[in-house]
Design a binder for this molecule. Structure first.
Ligand code: ADP
Length: 596
């Protein structure tokens, strides 16, 4: 299959473009992904630490206030109110003292009722929460500070902070609204911030249901790290229910809790993905534009080449009058100019060659005439002798009637001589290139008449045979006669030494072709002679006798007639030359009987 340069160029540029873009995209994505991941780890860790610090300082401030309240003499409502005024998130306050029995007993309790009412809460709600989630007093005594999620379903969000005095004998407990803590964990964009207690249950979470449900997150790898790891801060990534996440934790300094920051990987790489998607769209757009441009430009490049190709095909068929239009000054224009010059030059040379060829054909014909001259002279001489004799007799005749009879005989002989010379002149004239519809029989007869006398002098007997209903041919009678004269003269020369000198000239037709064979009873020819027979200047005749051009010219004449000239010959078995010519299409006009 032919592949045009245009498509090869297109495929090359397309492959290069796609390859470059894919490589660039892959590299860019890798760099951006790695960079982004590193940044996310940093930001996660920083955010966790910052939130932890913030909560720590809030708890510190509250712890100081509660310790102060617990330590200063006997607590009373006025001091409790002062504490409530200093912190508007506090809803209730309790003091527990270690009893002599070892356990803790409540020594003071205060609830800010108006504050509760303003929040649509009742004292019973707090009671309920305390029952449901009692203060782990011993843990508080041991740890110094415990933060507890005391929320109740369906909508009571409650945070509890319990602080022990330095001698661990008094524990102050405050129930708080968790707004401050929730504010810290909310609105961090793609970063999910939450706080878990010492068991891994939720203390603060952007999802209120998780806070109210005390959701247990201890199974999360990052929460496990936060609870168990030796270091207070760390990061890791893992697969969560809603996809892979990158996570960091920071333990609080106090309160046995930890801040966790989770970032979904999908969010992290959203920009990268968008970059990839846009790059692909951009690549498609770029490729489409490039494709259109490539088609346009390659068409401009290859269109002149196509014209050149078509013109070349015409030149190769012998039409040297064509030229391609030079439309550009570039390399293609240069090729077109060179091509036009080449065509012109080829045309000139072709004309020259044709002229020389015609001269050669003519000279070969004249040389045949030379060979025929003895026979022709003889043939003309006979009527001339007759003319002279009858003229003598006419001169001497007594009456006019007798003289008239001699005039008649003189006329006959003169006509005969004239027709012989006429035939010779016809044969000798340079051939015109015109072709016409011809009866093959007329052509063969004409040639036979030209050589008959010469061959007769050489002792050759000619036999002609024509098949019935031969189709006509289209051709040049003069040229075809030249071929036949050449074949018959060659045969005559070949039979010079032969005992039997017979020449069979036959015409037959088959399957839209006409066959003319010239068969002699000469010595035939050896295979090496047969092979070279049609080569120009190949002759076995002595110098000055043969030119070696007869058969090569004959073959080119027959080929110009779209026919074929071949030989069949064996040593000692004579030679048969066969001319095959295409038959003319059925006649609508009467063919020329071929002048002879
Ligand atoms: P030329 O007749 O000038 O030699 P041709 O091309 O007509 O040139 O013939 C080439 C050669 O072919 C002759 O020299 C001869 O050897 C051989 N040849 C041609 N016709 C015959 C034939 N009928 N029998 C044997 N040889 C032949």
């Amino acid at each position: 299959m032919r592949r045009s340069i245009r498509y090869q160029l297109l495929a090359l540029f397309g492959a290069m473009l796609v390859g470059t873009m894919v490589t660039y995209l892959a590299l860019a994505s890798r760099i951006v992904t790695a960079d982004k991941l590193a940044t996310v780890y940093d930001v996660n860790a920083l955010l966790a630490a910052t939130v932890a610090d913030q909560i720590d300082s809030t708890l510190d401030a509250l712890s100081d206030k509660l310790k102060y309240f617990a330590a200063e003499g006997s607590p009373n409502e006025a001091r409790a109110k002062a504490l409530f005024d200093a912190d508007d998130e506090v809803l209730s306050l309790e003091l527990w003292k270690r009893a002599s029995s070892g356990g803790f007993e409540k020594t003071f309790s205060f609830i800010d009722l108006p504050r509760l009412q303003s929040l649509n809460l009742a004292a019973g709600d707090l009671e309920h929460a305390r029952k449901e989630y009692p203060v782990p007093l011993e843990s508080v005594a041991a740890a110094g500070l415990v933060v507890q999620n005391a929320s109740l379903q369906p909508d009571l969000a409650l945070l509890r902070v319990a602080v022990a005095t330095s001698n661990a004998n008094i524990v102050a407990v405050a129930d708080l609204r968790p707004e401050r803590l929730l504010k810290v964990v909310q609105g961090a964009g793609v970063y999910r911030v939450f706080v878990v207690d010492a068991r891994g249950a939720v203390l603060a979470h952007p999802d209120p249901q998780k806070v109210l449900g005390h959701m247990d997150l201890s199974a999360l790898p990052v929460v496990k790290d936060a609870l168990d790891a030796k270091v207070a801060r760390g990061s890791r990534d893992y697969g969560a229910d809603d996809g892979d996440v990158v996570a960091s934790y920071a333990r609080l300094e106090r309160g046995s809790a930890a801040v966790v920051v989770e970032t979904p990987r999908a969010e992290v790489f959203r920009a990268t993905r968008e970059l990839q998607e846009r790059s692909i769209l951009f690549a498609i757009a770029l490729m489409s534009v490039t494709l259109i441009a490539a088609v346009y430009f390659s068409r401009r490049v290859t269109a002149p080449l196509r014209t050149l190709e078509l013109t070349m095909a015409r030149v190769s068929k012998g039409d040297f009058t064509v030229a391609v239009e030079v439309t550009s000054q570039n390399e293609i224009g240069a090729v077109a100019t060179a091509f036009n010059e080449m065509t012109k030059e080829l045309g000139k040379r072709n004309d020259e060659l044709e002229r020389k060829n015609a001269l050669l054909v003519q000279s070969e014909k004249l040389s045949a005439i030379g060979e025929l001259s003895a026979g022709l002279a003889h043939e003309v001489k006979n009527p001339m002798v007759g003319i002279v004799g009858f003229a003598q007799l006419g001169k001497e005749s007594a009456d006019l009637d007798e003289a008239k009879e001699y005039f008649g005989l003189i006329d006959n002989d003169a006509q005969r001589a004239n027709s012989i010379l006429q035939r010779l002149l016809e044969f000798a004239r340079p051939p015109d290139v015109e072709r016409e519809r011809l009866e093959i029989r007329g052509v063969v007869d004409g040639a036979v008449k030209l050589v008959a006398h010469q061959l007769q002098l050489q002792g050759v007997r000619i036999e002609t045979r024509y098949a019935e209903g031969l189709p006509d041919i289209i051709g040049n009678g003069n040229q075809l006669r030249q071929v036949l004269v050449n074949l018959m003269m060659n045969a005559g020369q070949a039979m010079e030494q032969s005992k039997e000198k017979k020449l069979y000239v036959e015409a037959s037709g088959a399957d839209w072709t006409v066959l003319v064979s010239v068969k002699d009873t000469g010595p035939g020819m050896a295979p090496d002679v047969r092979k070279r027979l049609f080569e120009p200047f190949f002759t076995t005749k002595p110098r000055g006798k043969g030119t070696g051009l007869g058969l090569s010219i004959s073959r080119s004449i027959i080929e110009e007639h779209k026919g074929e000239l071949r030989v069949e010959s064996e040593i000692g078995a004579g030679a048969t030359f066969v001319i095959r010519l295409p038959a003319a299409p059925p006649a609508t006009v009467q063919p020329k009987a071929a002048a002879s």
